[in-house]
Design a protein around this ligand. Structure first.
Ligand code: GUN
Length: 278
């Protein structure tokens, strides 16, 4: 039976480490501040934003909350970002996605100064990751690297398969694994013979957005399986992109849903906020 990778415990450990760092900074008179912007009142976004602000409070990061109306214009949002970019007392800026359809997300992401881009979504941050230069890294894939390292799972030289090619997870995940000297394959919805590809993986990262799609036929015996998906099934129970009960018995380690990758995203956001003061 697989080792269960405990994202809740690992994220708690990271948050404790950050809390200590922030206390030292505070004693030196340095206050980390994150500006959190939400446009509209999408219930899922409100939960995420609430959790981010709670994590800030726990660690000792000051959060400034901007809850803007759904009808806020792109121009108004750009003006606010411009102000926050120029404020010396604001270290990080986070605009919760998705934005209402009348606002162009790419334009908003590009407007955030890369030095304050704690989500790691700015093209400059992504480009820096691509060529191995310093910059903020997207929180979910950065959290997965921490899960692997803190679970004592070697990455260098391993066959890693990432299923999914989103800008937020799949692509930065592949780049981070490459930076850790893995051999990386990115599979996606057009990949032929997906099972043959995923069965090569020593480390399989799944971010496809389809509940329980990955069954044991997709997984090599002894593989490490990382499940990025989160869905609510008919019985209102949470599940991932991986069919956990089917896959867990044949792999060496696996992340559960909930309590695997999910808690790491906020922990890494907090890490980026602390880094943003530098
Ligand atoms: N919406 C879903 N995930 C994220 C995230 O990591 N950051 C932001 N800003 N919006 C999101």
């Amino acid at each position: 039976m697989a080792n269960i990778i405990d994202g809740k415990a690992i994220s708690a450990q990271i948050k404790e480490e950050l809390k200590e760092k922030v206390a030292v900074m505070e004693a030196e008179g340095r206050q980390v501040t994150l500006a959190v912007i939400q446009v509209g009142s999408d219930p899922a976004s409100s939960v995420y934003v609430g959790n981010k602000k709670k994590a800030c409070a726990y660690i000792g990061i000051r959060s400034l909350s901007y809850e803007l109306e759904e009808k806020t214009t792109e121009e108004e949002l750009l003006v606010l970002i411009g102000e926050l970019n120029n404020r010396e007392d604001v270290n990080g800026i986070l605009v919760q996605l998705p934005l209402p359809s009348h606002i162009e997300e790419d334009k908003i992401i590009k407007a955030i100064r890369p030095e304050k881009d704690v989500d790691g979504f700015h093209p400059q941050s992504v480009g820096a990751l691509c060529i191995g230069q310093p910059g903020f890294v997207s929180c979910t894939p950065a959290g997965i690297i921490q899960l692997l390292k803190r679970s004592g799972i070697e990455i260098a030289g391993k066959e890693c398969v990432v299923v999914g090619r989103s800008n937020i997870v799949g692509k930065p995940m592949a780049l981070l694994l490459l930076r850790e000297n893995a051999t990386v394959t990115v599979a996606h919805s057009k990949t032929k013979d997906l099972k043959d590809v995923t069965r090569r993986a020593d480390i399989l990262v799944v971010a496809v957005g389809r509940p329980k799609m990955i069954t044991k036929e997709y997984v090599k015996e002894g593989a490490v399986v990382i499940d990025v998906g989160i869905h609510r099934n008919a019985g209102n129970k949470l599940c991932g992109d991986v069919d956990y009960d089917d896959v867990a018995p044949i792999c060496s380690a696996i992340t559960p849903v909930p309590g695997g990758v999910g808690p790491m995203t906020i922990a890494m956001l907090m890490n980026n906020c602390v880094e943003s003061i530098k």
